[in-house]
Design a protein around this ligand. Structure first.
Ligand SMILES: C[S@@+](CC[C@H](N)C(=O)[O-])C[C@H]1O[C@@H](n2cnc3c(N)ncnc32)[C@H](O)[C@@H]1O
Length: 198
C-alpha cells in the first residue's frame, strides 16, 4: 500500500484511510476521494486539524476526514436534517473526534461557540453554496483553506454546467483565492471540486 497524501493510501485503484481499522474510500460516494483520484494536487486536510464540515449527511466522508485528522483533530459536522443526522450519530459513535451538529449552515451564529477552525469543507447541494460558504468563513483565519464540492445542477438545472462553474468561480474570486479546481467525472457528474483560501 502506497501513501499518496498524509493519512491517505492507495492500493491498485483503491483509496483507503485508517482509523481503528482500514476503510476503503469510495470515489462514487465521496467527492474528495473522486477529486484525489482525478489528480487533485493540493488537498489541504491534515492530521490534527479542527474542521468545520457543512453538509455532513450520513457521515460517509466525515468518517474518512475523522481518520485523517486523527485523535488530536476534530470534525464539527453540520447537518440540517433530523432524520439524516441520526444515521450520522450512529456512524460516528465510536469516533471521539466527530461532533455532529443539527444546524442550518446558513446560520453559523447558532454554532458560533466552535470558535476558529483550520479548514472548512462544504458539500451542500443548495442554490446558494457561495453565500453559505461566505457566512461560515468567519471561522477561518486569513490564509487558511476551504474546499467546496459544487453541484452545478443545484444552482441551475438547465444552464450549461461550465457556465455555472464560471459564475461561481467569479463570485468566489471577489473574496477568496482559488487554489485549484477539478471536475469529478467519471465518479460524479456535473460537480466541480474547488480548493480555495480566505
Ligand atoms: C450531498 S449531501 C452531503 C454528502 C456528504 N458530504 C458525504 O460526502 O457523505 C448534502 C447534505 O447537506 C445537507 N444540507 C442541505 N442543506 C443544508 C443546510 N442549509 N445546512 C446544513 N446541511 C444541509 C443535506 O441534508 C444533505 O445531507
Amino acid at each position: 500500500m502506497e501513501q499518496i497524501l498524509p493519512g491517505i493510501y492507495k492500493k491498485k485503484d483503491k483509496l483507503t484511510t485508517k482509523g481503528k481499522s482500514i476503510e476503503v474510500w469510495n470515489p462514487y460516494i465521496s467527492k474528495p476521494a473522486a477529486a484525489i483520484l482525478n489528480g487533485l494536487k493540493d488537498f489541504p486536510l491534515k492530521k490534527g486539524q479542527k474542521v468545520l464540515y457543512l453538509g455532513a449527511a450520513h457521515g460517509t466522508t466525515v468518517s474518512h476526514f475523522s481518520n485523517i485528522v486523527g485523535d488530536k483533530g476534530l470534525i464539527y459536522g453540520v447537518e440540517i436534517s433530523t432524520k439524516i443526522i441520526s444515521n450520522l450519530v450512529e456512524k460516528v459513535k465510536k469516533k471521539s473526534n466527530v461532533v455532529p451538529l443539527l444546524e442550518d449552515a446558513r446560520f453559523p451564529e447558532k454554532y458560533g461557540w466552535i470558535g476558529n477552525v483550520d479548514l472548512i469543507y462544504e458539500d451542500i447541494a443548495q442554490r446558494d453554496p457561495v453565500e453559505i460558504l461566505k457566512r461560515n468563513t468567519k471561522f477561518l483565519k486569513k490564509g487558511t483553506y476551504f474546499m467546496l464540492a459544487l453541484k452545478a445542477k443545484s444552482i441551475d438545472s438547465v444552464k450549461d454546467v461550465k457556465v455555472t462553474y464560471e459564475n461561481v468561480l467569479k463570485e468566489l474570486k471577489k473574496d477568496f483565492e482559488i487554489v485549484e479546481t477539478i471536475t469529478l467525472e467519471p465518479y460524479e457528474r456535473d460537480h466541480l471540486f474547488i480548493v480555495g483560501k480566505v
